[in-house]
Design a protein around this ligand. Structure first.
Ligand code: ZN
Length: 150
């Protein structure tokens, strides 16, 4: 159980219980939906840009604590960032989860709560679903898009 406790750190529990930016943006410039069939997690990301900067990002969805907390923390992490910064953050976050080469090279702040996920490979997709969906929304241009972790 101690491993599980390590995995479900307080910040993850908090964001699962009280997700931030959990709302639909009815007039969002961009949106995308993501689905993680391995776990059943679903997330929809809403995005408004200002130039090449993320002005506002929100989400809705349902799924395991990791997927929902990750989506909540993702919205906090990328708001105000440029698209390039958001992309770099995703790369670093993904490296953190998979013990990739640049892990630790960047200060991920609260996102480091997910470091324990790398011991649970099945959970990596839960933690990255919102990020994949964000990337899909960013790359889609105007309109709707769909992301899958498969
Ligand atoms: Zn999940």
């Amino acid at each position: 159980m101690s491993d599980l406790r390590e995995l479900y750190q307080e910040v993850i529990l908090d964001h699962n219980k009280r997700p931030r930016n959990f709302e639909e943006l009815p007039d969002a410039e961009r949106r995308a939906t993501g689905h993680n069939p391995l776990c059943g997690d679903r997330v929809e990301v809403f995005l408004d840009l200002e130039g090449d900067r993320v002005r506002r990002v929100t989400f809705q969805g349902a799924g395991c604590a990791i997927s929902q907390a990750s989506a909540s923390l993702m919205t906090e992490a990328v708001e105000g960032k440029t698209l390039a910064e958001a992309e770099a953050l995703f790369e670093s976050f993904h490296d953190l989860l998979t013990d990739g080469p640049t892990a630790g090279a960047r200060d991920l702040g609260k996102l480091e709560a997910f470091a324990g996920v790398k011991d649970y490979p099945m959970r990596v997709k839960c933690a990255t679903l919102a990020w994949h969906t964000l990337r899909e929304a960013l790359r889609s241009g105007a309109g709707a898009a769909t992301a899958s972790t498969e």
